[in-house]
Design a protein around this ligand. Structure first.
Ligand code: ADP
Ligand code: MG
Length: 258
């Protein structure tokens, strides 16, 4: 019953100066899996995501991703090339474009997978009109998927924080990802907003989307993740089901013992 791997990271390392942010991390994420990545501040979680998305290059190690019928090495590809292969990231503390509607914010994401990109579309070059109509339809569908269809033509600035996070997810979904990386999407949200976000992530999981999710709250993670990877000081100190992780001494020590 082992599902095919969507992502395989092997002995991945990245240092900043003398400090390893990520050190010798190896993991494999199966197609359709939701993988949580947890660990204290500075553990290397965001760096790991950026190494997968291509916003950082590794010092050592490899990243393979299921493209077409097999795993292909992607760690030398640009972030843009990886986005076009279906890897989408919602950055920690991602920002919306102020003064734009919710729909426009999502369309910025959709242009990541088009040939000409956002700039030429923004300039409204004639040959892009048909492409533009298709992107608008995709963006509306993405808004619908996160429950924000009614907000399409309203200013994104007016959205409460929880719905701003949902909008960031819609923006990422509009690029039609096969692997979605969510870096602390629940941070700063109130209980009701966290619940709404959890339900949104559960819905994506039920649709079979492969996700990686960074989150501090182990209870939140236990509900959403199939497996959990625990990082501490750049190293992977544990991996397992949420139940296994909650009983792991090294994990308890990393969270409580320092
Ligand atoms: P986390 O997301 O788990 O909180 P990060 O991946 O952001 O951790 O950071 C891991 C370590 O790498 C920290 O010590 C952090 O200070 C360092 N770091 C991350 N990004 C940079 C950077 N661009 N320049 C220098 N140091 C960095
Ligand atoms: Mg981080």
């Amino acid at each position: 019953m082992t599902a095919a791997a969507m992502l395989r990271v092997e002995e991945l390392s990245r240092a900043f100066g003398a400090v390893y942010a990520v050190r010798d991390v190896s993991l494999s994420v199966a197609e359709g899996e939701t993988r949580a990545v947890i660990g204290p501040n500075g553990a290397g979680k965001s760096t790991l995501f950026n190494l997968v998305s291509g916003h950082l290059t590794p010092g050592h190690g490899t990243v393979h991703y299921a493209a077409g019928d097999r795993l292909r090495r992607i760690d030398r590809l640009s972030a843009h090339a990886r986005a076009r292969q279906g890897i989408a990231i919602v950055f920690q503390s991602a920002r919306l474009f102020h003064g734009m509607t919710a729909l426009e914010n999502v369309m910025v994401g959709a242009h990541a997978r088009t040939r000409h990109g956002f700039l030429s579309a923004a300039l409204r070059l004639p040959r892009h009109h048909r492409e533009e109509a298709a992107i608008t339809a995709d963006a509306l569908a993405a808004l619908d998927r996160v429950g924000l269809r009614d907000w399409a033509h309203r200013s994104a600035d007016a959205l409460p924080l929880g719905q701003q996070r949902a909008l960031q997810v819609a923006r990422a979904l509009c690029a039609r990802p096969r692997l979605l990386l969510l870096d602390e999407p629940a941070s700063g949200l109130r209980a009701g907003e966290r619940e709404a976000l959890a339900r949104l992530i559960e819905g994506l999981r039920a649709e079979g989307l492969t996700m990686m999710l960074i989150e501090h709250d182990v209870a939140f993670v236990a509900r959403l993740a199939d497996r959990v990877t625990v990082l501490h000081l750049g190293r992977q100190i544990a991996e397992g089901t949420p139940e296994q992780i909650r009983g792991d001494d090294a994990v308890l020590a990393a969270y409580l013992g320092q």
